[in-house]
Design a protein around this ligand. Structure first.
Ligand SMILES: C[S@@+](CC[C@H](N)C(=O)[O-])C[C@H]1O[C@@H](n2cnc3c(N)ncnc32)[C@H](O)[C@@H]1O
Length: 236
């Protein structure tokens, strides 16, 4: 496994990087397959600019690297080969414009203001700009437990409750309750959701309705019965 992220702080330059330490091992693990790939990348939150060289050194040389922040001073932190956009991650018009101008993205990292409405609005407007097989990463989701950020334990408006709700959306193929729990379009788009300590990673995977297989002597039979018996023919 790569040690790129774990080794990066010791190799950092004069720009401050601000991450929780345990993210580095998780990034080494979940992003290993992305190292050196030319991709389209967006990070929300620049602060002192320490993450720009981190992502630039990890991703391929032809990558499109976009960073956004609400603080106009961050404009000066752009590096050659990176783009900086100034605006509010809770402003739908700004997000839509960034998505139109620079998307679609393969990787999106939200390390911005960490308030509930910021994380949720950003997800709603940027998820459609994420490519198939791309990852949407939200950092510092422990703010979901902090009233000062709009969170609180089991606070319905928190990002962590929003993310838990995505688990249900992903499984909404399997509903037996069309009225109370209808099929949601995200069932066709979410491949997986990983909850780490303080990090949520949502994978986009454009999917057909799931089928089961029966295999014997090399013969494979596919069946839609798992959904058809639940009256879900309409979704095929
Ligand atoms: C945690 S720092 C980013 C750290 C940086 N990503 C790193 O890894 O070193 C958070 C940044 O989010 C920015 N921010 C706060 N609210 C924002 C908002 N509503 N829209 C965009 N950026 C915001 C702040 O100005 C600050 O620079």
């Amino acid at each position: 496994m790569t040690r790129y992220f774990r080794d990066f702080p010791a190799r950092s330059g004069d720009r401050m990087l601000l991450k929780m330490e345990h993210y580095l091992e998780i990034y080494d693990e979940i992003l290993a397959g992305w190292q050196g790939r030319d991709v389209s990348f967006l990070e929300i939150g620049i602060y002192k600019g320490g993450s720009l060289p981190m992502w630039q050194g990890f991703l391929g040389p032809a990558s499109r690297l976009v960073f956004l922040d609400i603080d106009p001073a961050c404009r000066d932190l752009a590096l050659p080969g990176t783009l900086v956009e100034i605006g509010d991650q809770a402003d739908p018009a700004f997000l839509d414009r960034v998505g139109r101008d620079h998307g679609p993205f393969d990787l999106i990292v939200d390390d911005g203001g960490h308030k509930m409405h910021q994380q949720i609005t950003s997800f709603r407007h940027l998820w459609p700009r994420l490519r198939d097989r791309g990852l949407y990463i939200v950092e510092d989701v422990h703010t979901s437990y902090w009233p000062g950020f709009g969170g609180g334990f089991r606070e319905p408006a928190s990002f962590i409750e929003f993310a838990k709700d995505l688990i249900d959306r992903m499984h909404s193929w399997y509903t037996e309750d069309d009225a109370g729990f209808p099929l949601h379009p995200l069932a066709r788009e979410i491949g997986g959701i990983r909850f780490h300590d303080s990090l949520v990673v949502i994978e986009k995977r454009l999917k057909e309705p799931p089928v089961s297989i029966a295999a014997r002597n090399g013969q494979v039979t596919r069946s839609r019965r798992i959904l058809e018996v639940r009256g879900r023919r309409s979704i095929f």
